[in-house]
Write a protein that binds this ligand. Structure first.
Ligand SMILES: [Zn+2]
Length: 327
């Protein structure tokens, strides 16, 4: 059998979570000596980032009126990444995006259900078979779409010397749908109160962002602020001290926000990669270069949330982009 198809990875998650899975699936295929059929990952809402996979809680809840609420979104990443340019250990590597013409007899089926039932929240890195030394040593390079790279280049040349600040708020601010739902979920399962990143709301306010900026740069730097926060007005205090840019300041990015926020995010990851100084919300690494590259992951210069308390295990699960747990 020439091809391998991975089934039953039915967790719903955001872009970086599934990037981790995608990278491991490709590397696993390489080690199996087969060509992967890239699965359709179940993504959170491509507009607001919300989504709630537990069926007993009913319908998904969205943050924005312009979300397509009835529409579940699946992606094999082909709208964001250029699989034609995928390289493993510097050599081109073939994958299949459309498997319509492939006979079932030619497909080896790899069932990931075991992982799902192992309580691993759909993060393949928690499955030892997908987290081997051999696998980590494979260098994967998967560039984003050329148009995204072009747009990012155009914007970085306008930004000149700049600091990129990633303010992740939507799922962690005090009134977020995410927090409310997890609070209910934890109660329902008689777990201790949900307190993951309890202080993230405070850490992502203008005051703390300004303090962090002031400790790292001066106002000779422009600021590009990437955020999932819908209310950009809340950052107006920063504008009094720095020349601040948001996606709304660039026509190419503005139109993406409502259509495909993940596409906007890939471009913003490029803006982060190219920034002269980098600030993130949590102390995590970011992909450097022109897309996803399993060896080019770097930490930011500073981060907004200094102390992470509470759910240490879960934090470890989610921190896959750190250097020490790179895919
Ligand atoms: Zn939504």
């Amino acid at each position: 059998m020439k091809y391998v198809k991975f089934i039953n990875l039915d967790v719903t998650a955001g872009l970086l979570h599934h990037t981790n899975n995608l990278i491991r699936i490709i590397k696993k295929s390489y080690l199996l000596g087969k060509i992967p059929i890239i699965p359709q990952f179940s993504m959170t809402c491509k507009n607001c980032g919300n989504g709630f996979p537990e069926p007993e809680l009913g319908e998904w809840i969205h943050d924005n009126p312009y979300c397509k609420k009835e529409e579940r979104f699946f992606s094999n990443f082909s709208e964001w990444c250029d699989f034609d340019k995928l390289k493993l250990n510097g050599e081109p590597y073939e994958v299949v995006i459309e498997d319509d013409d492939i006979s079932d007899d030619d497909i080896f089926v790899f069932d990931l259900e075991e992982d799902m039932h192992g309580g691993n929240t759909g993060v393949l890195s928690k499955w030892p078979e997908f987290n081997t030394k051999e696998m980590k040593e494979i260098i994967l390079d998967l560039p984003f779409k050329e148009r995204s790279i072009d747009i990012a280049q155009k914007i970085t040349s306008k930004l000149g010397k700049y600091v990129c600040v990633h303010v992740r708020r939507a799922d962690y601010r005090a009134d977020s749908v995410h927090r409310k739902l997890y609070t209910i979920l934890y109660q329902n399962y008689c777990l201790p109160p949900y307190n993951r990143y309890e202080k993230a709301d405070e850490a992502t306010q203008s005051e703390n962002i300004l303090n962090t900026l002031n400790s790292l740069v001066d106002n000779s730097y422009n600021v590009y602020l990437m955020t999932d926060e819908g209310n950009l007005e809340m950052f107006s205090e920063i504008k009094k001290e720095y020349n601040v840019f948001f996606y709304t300041d660039f026509e190419e990015l503005k139109e993406m926000r409502e259509d495909d926020n993940f596409l906007l995010f890939t471009i913003e990851l490029l803006l982060m990669s190219k920034a002269n100084k980098k600030i993130s919300t949590f102390n995590r690494g970011y992909f450097q270069g022109t897309g996803f590259n399993s060896t080019r992951i770097e930490h930011c210069d500073a981060w907004l949330y200094q102390e992470v308390e509470g759910d240490a295990h879960r934090d470890e699960v989610m921190s896959f982009v750190l250097n020490n747990d790179r895919p």
